[in-house]
Write a protein that binds this ligand. Structure first.
Ligand code: G3H
Ligand code: 13P
Ligand code: ZN
Length: 311
């Protein structure tokens, strides 16, 4: 089966009250861990590539790895550009075989965000590719750009209809309190997403797929393994899984996960080194990292996203 767009996936997810996991990929072990997990539980998938991942691994290596995963699993997989920040990077990914791109104009004025997003949508749709836009600004770190909590802002529901209509986007990322990275909430505070905003956005955009970025749960099991094996992750806090389940039952059709993958892989590698300090075959520790990613993704799909057996 060739790569698919997210159109059919999102339609079924919206109607079925579940979400598709969008997992960031940077290398072979990550691709294998994610796709082997999805295969075992029969789930559609979005594999996403950031500008940083493209720089690290090169476009051609990542597309070939995803092609290999398609052949190996036979699953419906969409290949998505995560946080494209210019027309040029979106064009390059569209020309280079991606089936979905995000144009992230969330740092621009409303008018400039619309103009840039519309330009990408026109090119993408002419080439059979779908587009995710973003309104509202998440806190956290993306590609070395740190957005402070003060500079972040919730999505304004008053703007969403005009944005979607003027741009023609196929899905919309909104800010309801999630953030990128492993430090999402202040220690001692109760993590709480703004479901009132999500509800108001979906009331104004009936049937329209919403995307949640910064949706890792920062699972304590992996943080504890890292810290027990020489790591120093203090006060790492993620989005509670029950809130992600609730979002998936609502209009959220795509849930982005990167930090949890990083933590799982790092936990596997640190633990392996600690148990066997003489180890120097990279396969010895990478295979453990890959297995931890596989366990994590299977659990996400079955217990949080609800996309198992939806192929
Ligand atoms: O939203 C950002 C993703 O976690 C990608 O991170 O830009 O460091 O690859 P990256
Ligand atoms: P996390 O840092 O919460 O995994 O978010 C990833 C993300 O939103 C990628 O776009
Ligand atoms: Zn993101």
């Amino acid at each position: 089966m060739p790569l698919v767009t997210t159109t059919e996936m999102f339609k079924k997810a919206y109607e079925g009250g579940y979400a598709i996991g969008a997992f960031n990929v940077n290398n072979m072990e990550i691709v294998q861990g994610i796709t082997e997990a999805a295969k075992e539980v029969n789930s559609p998938l979005i594999l996403q590539v950031s500008a940083g991942a493209r720089k690290y691994a090169k476009h051609v290596y990542l597309t070939k790895l995803v092609e290999a995963a398609l052949e190996d699993t036979g699953l419906p997989i969409a290949l998505h550009l995560d946080h494209g920040d210019s027309f040029e990077i979106c064009k390059s990914c569209i020309d280079g075989g991606f089936t979905s791109v995000m144009i992230d104009g969330s740092h621009l004025s409303f008018e400039d965000n619309i103009a840039l997003t519309r330009q990408v949508v026109q090119y993408a749709h002419d080439h059979g590719v779908v587009v995710e836009g973003e309104l509202g600004r998440l806190a956290g770190i993306e590609d070395d750009v740190k957005v402070s909590a003060e500079d972040s802002s919730y999505t304004n529901p008053d703007q969403v209809e005009e944005f979607v209509k003027a741009t023609g986007v196929d899905s919309l990322a909104i800010a309801i309190g999630t953030s990128h990275g492993a430090y999402k909430f202040k220690p001692g505070t109760k993590p709480q997403l703004r479901f009132d905003i999500l509800e108001e956005v979906s009331r104004r955009l009936p049937g329209f797929p919403i995307v949640l970025h910064g949706a890792s749960s920062v699972i304590p099991k992996y943080v504890d393994i890292i810290n027990a094996n020489g790591g120093k992750l203090k006060d790492a806090i993620g989005v509670p899984e029950d809130q992600l389940r609730q979002a998936a039952r609502m209009a959220v059709c795509k849930i982005n996960i990167d930090s949890d993958l990083r933590l799982a892989m790092t936990a596997g590698i640190r633990q392996t080194f600690n148990e066997d300090p003489a180890l120097f075959d990279p396969r010895g520790y990478l295979k453990v990292g890959r297995q931890y990613i596989k366990d994590l993704v299977k659990d996400k799909i079955v217990n949080v996203l609800g996309s198992d057996n939806k192929v």
